[in-house]
Design a protein around this ligand. Structure first.
Ligand code: GLP
Length: 261
C-alpha cells in the first residue's frame, strides 16, 4: 500500500484528480468507482475544472457508485444517486446512463444487487475506485464486521454512522435511513486501484488502523492491505497517528515521476 501525505485536502484532491485525468487519457473507456460523503468533493471539483478548462473527456468512461440508501425517495437531494448527479455526473460529459448506482428502490433487492455485480463485471471491472473512510473504518457502507469477501448487498447502519450522516439531513438523525445497499468489501477488493482519501484529525484513528493495523473485519478499510495496488492519500491531520509517517514521506518524495499514483 502506498501512503501519500499531502499538505491539505486541496493539494490531495488535485493530485487524485490528476491521476484520474491521466487514467482517462491513457484509457478513455476507463471504469470509475464513485464515492460520496464530503471527502471526495474536492476531487469532483478538480475533475469538473479539468473538463471545463482542459477538455478532459468522460464521454467513453463508465461509473459505478459505491452505495445508496434504502427508503429515500429516488429524487431526494441526499440519495447518493442525486448527490453524484449534482457533484460530478452533471458537471462533466458522461454519456447518458454511463453511471449506475446500486438500486435501493428495487422490489427484489438481492436480485438488484446481483445485477449490479454482473454490470460491474460486464464493464470489465473498476479501474480506479475512489473511497472515503468512516470514523469506524467503514468503506462504502460496509460497517465493522462486514465480511472481507462480501459483495453488493443490503446492510444496516450503525447508530454512529447515522449520527455522522445526520448533518446531511438537517441534523435530524431520525431522517437517516437504517438500511443501505453497498458494494461489498470483496467488490472493492476487485477494483484494480482503490484510492482512499481522508482529511482531518477526526480520521486519524481510522487511517492508522487501515494502514498499520491488522487486517480485520472490525476495520473494513484494512482490507486495502490485501490489494496489490492501493493508495491512501491523507492530509497532515489524518496522517497524525501513523507510526511510519516519516518513511511514507521519504518514499513518496523519492518516487520516480513515471510511476504516477
Ligand atoms: C458515508 C459514505 C462513505 C464515506 C463516509 C465518510 O458513510 N457511505 O462512502 O466514506 O460516509 O464520509 P465523509 O467523507 O463525509 O467523512
Amino acid at each position: 500500500m502506498e501512503v501519500v501525505i499531502v499538505e491539505d485536502s486541496h493539494t490531495g484532491s488535485r493530485l487524485v484528480g490528476g491521476a484520474i485525468a491521466q487514467l482517462l487519457t491513457d484509457k478513455p473507456e476507463a471504469v470509475l468507482g464513485l464515492a460520496t460523503g464530503s471527502t471526495p468533493l474536492g476531487v469532483y471539483d478538480d475533475l469538473a475544472r479539468r473538463h471545463e478548462q482542459d477538455d478532459l473527456s468522460f464521454a467513453k468512461a463508465r461509473g459505478f457508485a459505491l452505495d445508496e440508501y434504502v427508503g429515500l425517495p429516488r429524487n431526494h437531494p441526499e440519495s447518493y444517486r442525486s448527490v453524484l448527479q449534482r457533484e460530478i455526473v452533471g458537471r462533466v460529459n458522461f454519456a447518458p446512463d454511463a453511471v449506475q448506482s446500486p438500486n435501493g428502490w428495487a422490489e427484489d433487492i438481492p436480485a438488484a444487487c446481483a445485477e449490479y455485480e454482473a454490470a460491474i463485471r460486464a464493464a470489465g471491472g473498476i479501474d480506479l475506485q475512489l473511497l472515503g473512510v468512516g470514523t469506524d473504518g467503514h468503506i462504502g457502507f460496509n460497517e465493522p464486521t462486514s465480511s472481507l469477501a462480501s459483495l453488493t448487498r443490503v446492510k444496516s447502519l450503525t447508530e454512529q454512522t447515522r449520527i455522522d450522516n445526520a448533518r446531511f439531513f438537517d441534523d435530524d438523525v431520525s431522517a437517516v435511513p437504517h438500511h443501505v445497499v453497498t458494494q461489498g468489501v470483496g467488490t472493492i477488493r476487485r477494483a484494480r486501484h482503490p484510492v482512499l482519501l481522508a482529511w482531518g484529525e477526526g480520521k486519524a484513528d481510522a487511517v492508522a488502523a487501515t494502514v498499520e493495523g491488522p487486517v480485520s473485519a472490525m476495520v473494513p478499510s484494512s482490507a486495502l492491505q490485501l490489494i496489490e495496488h492501493a493508495t491512501v492519500v491523507v492530509d497532515e491531520g489524518a496522517a497524525s497517528k501513523l507510526r511510519l509517517r516519516d518513511y511514507y514521506q521519504t518514499v513518496y518524495t523519492n518516487k520516480p515521476d513515471w510511476q504516477g499514483l
